[in-house]
Design a protein. Structure first.
Length: 152
């Protein structure tokens, strides 16, 4: 399997942005991820390229988090009342996502935002495909339950 790097670039950026919550830092980490990936790719044939890309990105994000001393708070809520339902849904979903463990949030983001296949996720987390599918189902059930409780 050969990974289309142009196709994966935006996905790796979203992954980094999800982890660090800073656009310019996420851009830098994405660039560094691909530089390291291409350097290693020259030296050896990488069998699990997609897994390797996410591993590099995850490690770089973790390193940047350790180096980060303070975090700026910003208000990114749009000032348009036409989008009130979208905002309320986003707030409810955000609250439900915060209740999940960091690893569960990451799995959901990778699976449904970056469209990483279950097989690749199972390799990334060193579990079987079946186990990963069950875990995703459990996480989605937790989110659904939490959102239904907030509605009612």
């Amino acid at each position: 399997m050969s990974v289309d790097l142009k196709e994966q670039y935006d996905k790796i950026f979203r992954y980094c942005y999800f982890r660090v919550r800073d656009k310019s830092l996420a851009e830098d980490l994405t660039q560094e991820t691909f530089l390291r990936f291409l350097e290693i790719r020259k030296k050896q044939d990488i069998e699990k390229e997609l897994h390797y890309l996410y591993t590099i990105a995850g490690n770089l994000c973790a390193d940047s988090y350790r180096r980060k001393s303070t975090e700026e708070l910003t208000d990114d809520i749009p000032d348009n009342s036409d989008h009130e339902d979208d905002i309320l849904t986003g707030v409810a979903l955000s609250g439900a996502m915060r209740k999940l463990s960091t690893e569960d949030r990451e799995i959901i983001m990778l699976r449904y935002i970056n469209e990483v296949p279950v097989g690749t996720l199972s390799k990334m987390y060193s579990v079987s495909r079946f186990s990963m599918s069950r875990r995703i189902s459990r996480i989605l059930a937790e989110l659904k339950k939490d959102l239904n409780e907030k509605e009612g």
